[in-house]
Design a protein around this ligand. Structure first.
Ligand SMILES: [Zn+2]
Length: 448
């Protein structure tokens, strides 16, 4: 589309997507909640188009060639496709590419899934426009307006103590980001003043990041002004986390569900907590016989993801919602939860720096365990066992640098030691789990 070097500037691409997204919001996303027939018509057309695109992929061609792909049969054809596993995306991503979007025009997102190797997902520019339209609809349902101020929490030790950003596709929001993992007593006055002057409409973070902010408040290290709402994303909320968050903030708390493969796909109904309306304009969601979600993109022109099983469980509610919105909902979400590392000083810090180091290595599998504060053990299953000693030595250095207030040990093990019967051994087995941190945030004594 453009040969200019700025074409891959993220801010510019986002700004360009926003204008299109506003139009999409007005014409579609803002109308469909009250117009089921319009929504159904759109869905059918988009599904038909996405099946037609899938025919040009190596993976789906043998499954779709020769079939009647007209709008009337699209739903049936989709339902008969075999499940698309993560392993296909991980091991043969090229087989899912349509070839319809010039590589130069692709938007690439890398996942760092809770299990398995990172994967690169190719999207086309519609990702931004659709996200913009969907965000405007969600913010409007939550009583917020474009130009909102968002206080974004982070627990990533690599992030600076504070930073400003803008999110054009998220209601043209201004964002003040604060690091709740690394802050200490000497930061309190400065961060408190910034937050007070910023007057956030929304506090936003992963459940753990929000819990960590509550713990900082209990410790007297942070004094957040009351926002209009708290938004969480990323990990599945358990009951104690929900309770801790609503006890800690005097405002509504809403959660969203998304994944890098599709972007955010569902947002919690403001009137029916625990149920999430999904954007039927851009995804189809069903379940398999084990209640695992099967998600299909109706909009991605670069890569065909149809009946993709991300590993999260849930139930789809297709009957109307008491709130009056036409969109189907998912409920009973179960999937991801993570924990934090407790360092030698007792501080809770995010695991991402460890994950980034380990994901780069030639390993079949790895797991980080913490059984006492300030100590970590990384178990690694090297792809080539002859490299075990070298990897152990190198990883002790790299992991210690990533988590400098922890004593890190690294031990090479056989792959069987890291595999479970379900094949889903978690990458982290930690003391400070989301539930434990939730109990800590409301003042209960915990094990560290
Ligand atoms: Zn609803």
């Amino acid at each position: 589309m453009s040969g200019h070097k700025w074409w891959h500037n993220q801010s510019l691409r986002t700004t360009i997507g926003v204008a299109e997204g506003w139009q999409l919001f007005q014409e579609l996303y803002d109308v469909t909640p009250r117009d089921r027939p319009l929504l159904d018509g759109f869905r059918r057309d988009r599904l038909t188009d996405s099946l037609a695109r899938a025919v040009s992929t190596d993976h789906f061609a043998p499954l779709l060639t020769g079939r009647d792909l007209s709008p009337d049969t699209a739903e049936t054809v989709l339902g008969e496709l075999p499940v698309l596993e993560k392993t296909t995306l991980r091991e043969a991503p090229e087989s899912l590419r349509t070839g319809l979007v010039d590589e130069w025009d692709e938007l690439r997102v890398r996942t760092s899934g809770t299990t398995g190797e990172p994967v690169a997902i190719a999207h086309d520019a519609s990702l931004l426009a659709e996200a913009t339209a969907s965000n405007l609809r969600m913010l409007s349902a939550y009583g917020l307006e474009p130009g909102l101020r968002v206080l974004r929490l982070t627990a990533d030790t690599r992030h600076s103590p504070t930073a400003f950003e803008t999110l054009p596709h998220f209601g043209a929001a201004t964002v003040l980001r604060i690091n709740v993992a690394t802050m200490g007593p000497s930061d309190t006055a400065f961060v408190d003043r910034l937050c007070a002057d910023f007057r956030p409409h929304m506090v936003w973070g992963q459940p753990l990041e929000v819990l960590l902010a509550l713990i900082r408040q209990r410790e007297g290290l942070l004094h957040l002004p009351t926002p209009r709402m708290v938004l969480t994303h990323g990990d599945t909320l358990d009951r104690s986390t929900r309770e801790a968050i609503s006890a800690g903030f005097d405002c509504p708390h809403r959660d969203v569900y998304g994944l890098q493969e599709f972007g955010r796909v569902a947002w919690e109904c403001p009137e029916q907590p625990g149920t999430y309306h999904f954007d039927e304009e851009r995804v189809d969601i069903g379940t398999d016989e084990h209640s695992q979600l099967l998600i299909s993109s109706l909009v991605n022109r670069a890569m065909s993801l149809l009946r993709y099983r991300p590993g999260d469980c849930g139930e789809v509610l297709r009957d109307g919602c008491p709130c009056g919105r036409a969109h189907a909902r998912i409920t009973g979400l179960e999937g991801r939860q993570r924990g934090l590392v407790v360092d030698a000083g007792g501080a809770l810090v995010g695991v991402k720096p460890l994950r980034l180091v380990l994901e780069r290595q030639p390993l079949d599998r790895w797991q980080v365990r913490q059984e006492e504060p300030g100590r970590l053990e990384a178990l690694i299953a090297p792809r080539d066992p002859r490299q075990a000693a070298d990897l152990e030595e190198r990883l002790v250095k790299e992991l210690s640098a990533a988590m400098h207030r922890c004593d890190v040990r690294v031990r090479a093990v056989a792959l069987e030691e890291l595999a479970t019967r379900t094949g889903k051994a978690p990458h982290f087995q930690l003391l400070a789990t989301q539930q434990a941190i939730g109990r800590h945030a409301v003042g209960e004594t915990v094990a560290w």
